[in-house]
Design a protein around this ligand. Structure first.
Ligand SMILES: Nc1ncnc2c1ncn2[C@@H]1O[C@H](COP(=O)(O)OP(=O)(O)OP(=O)(O)O)[C@@H](O)[C@H]1O
Ligand SMILES: [Mg+2]
Length: 357
């Protein structure tokens, strides 16, 4: 192992992405919205990380913080974001432009509005190739055709000359993936890439993302409110609640031994097929925390069926579970004596579904 790392040289031995205590806040008339409030994690090359959490938990803002694509009024107030060993959390949009496309790309949450309805598919894929990779018109068009084949779109050369409305939802999502992968990014963000699609197409798109990740040794951050989506398609899962990362584990470990009652509740509220996108998860009673005035203790405590006094007043730190790669922030985790005691009590006295919200 070499520790001679010159300034500007890629630190190829470390993680691809490393966040330390990242805080992204919005200034609003109500006060400071703490959309991302002290998130730390790292991601290795070629790995897939799922970021899971209810609507409003900060998944998109966290991804956009890393990409340097925050909406106006949003700023990274604190913390460090290192990508390939280099600090990028303090770069402005102009400096980030050199990273977009070739290093990081994003499939945005709303694919139907991300494609330009007035522009042929071919041009929408070819343009980033010309801008970021300096390809000429013919070369970019040829590459666009190959990219459409990569994302398993049949009759690629004909599709290049079509407009988005001529394609099905699943095909448009494949085009979005082709655009995101055009410049061969090292890290791809996919924000709810399958929410608007039916279940069969969802599975195909997720398989496609995984195949491409493996073929290209690309890392993937898959953002979703649906634990079912990340189950078979990620190496690790990070669970977000109220702007914080509250549990993180290798996917198999999380499904086998989740610690947070919130993760357990997410697991029990896998959305129904015919829910429209952005449906709140109704199985967890109560409302997400106010991010201007978050609860004092554990942010989930007001909705947690197993919470005790301590949970309301003292914030649980992120601690390591039996598996060193598993961490969680809960005073009385799933499986603890207190959890079982509360569960037994709940079984005796039926409460309204959804707890104390
Ligand atoms: N432009 C903005 N101004 C103020 N607050 C914002 C802004 N954008 C997002 N937020 C707030 O930041 C928090 C996190 O939002 P974010 O979009 O990251 O949630 P999410 O987990 O992606 O939710 P969803 O599953 O609905 O996409 C929310 O409370 C939201 O209201
Ligand atoms: Mg989102």
């Amino acid at each position: 192992m070499s520790n001679i790392t010159q300034a500007g040289t890629r630190d190829v031995e470390g993680p691809l992405l490393e966040l330390v205590d990242v805080k992204t806040h919005f200034k609003t008339h109500r006060g400071l919205v703490r959309a991302v409030d002290g998130v730390s994690f790292s991601l290795d090359r070629g790995k897939a990380l799922g970021i899971v959490g209810e609507s409003g938990s900060g998944k998109t803002i966290l991804s956009r913080s890393i990409m340097g694509l925050l909406p106006s009024k949003g700023t990274i107030r604190e913390g460090s974001i290192r990508f390939e060993g280099k600090e990028i959390g303090n770069l402005d949009r102009k400096q980030m432009r050199g990273i977009w496309g070739r290093e990081m790309a994003m499939i945005f949450q709303d694919p139907m509005t991300s494609l330009n309805p007035l522009m042929k598919i071919g041009r929408q894929i070819a343009e980033p190739l010309r801008i970021h990779l300096g390809m000429d018109r013919a070369g970019a068009w040829q590459t666009a055709e190959r990219l459409l084949q990569d994302v398993r779109i049949s009759e690629a050369s004909r599709r290049l000359n079509q407009y988005p409305h001529e394609l099905s939802g699943g095909m448009r999502q494949r085009v979005m993936i082709a655009i995101a992968m055009a410049c061969g990014p090292t890290l791809l963000f996919a924000d709810e890439p399958t929410t608007a699609l039916d279940v069969t197409v969802q599975a195909q798109i997720l398989d496609l993302l995984n195949d491409q990740r493996e073929e290209r040794n690309m890392s993937l951050i898959l953002v979703t409110h649906d634990l079912g989506v990340v189950a078979g398609h990620t190496d690790e899962i990070a669970v977000m609640y109220g702007g914080k990362l509250v549990e993180k584990a290798p996917t198999k470990v999380l499904f086998a031994r989740m610690k947070m009652p919130y993760t357990e509740a997410l697991m029990q509220s896998i959305p129904k097929i015919d829910d429209p996108s952005h449906t709140r998860l109704l199985a967890i009673g109560g409302r997400p925390p106010d991010l201007v005035h978050p609860p004092l203790g554990c942010r989930f405590a007001p909705r947690c069926l197993y919470a005790r006094d301590k949970c309301q007043t003292e914030e649980p730190p992120l601690v390591q579970a039996e598996d060193p790669a598993h961490s969680y922030a809960c005073w009385y985790p799933v499986g603890s004596a207190e959890y079982h005691e509360a569960k037994a009590r709940l079984a005796e006295t039926p409460v309204t579904v959804g707890g104390r919200g």
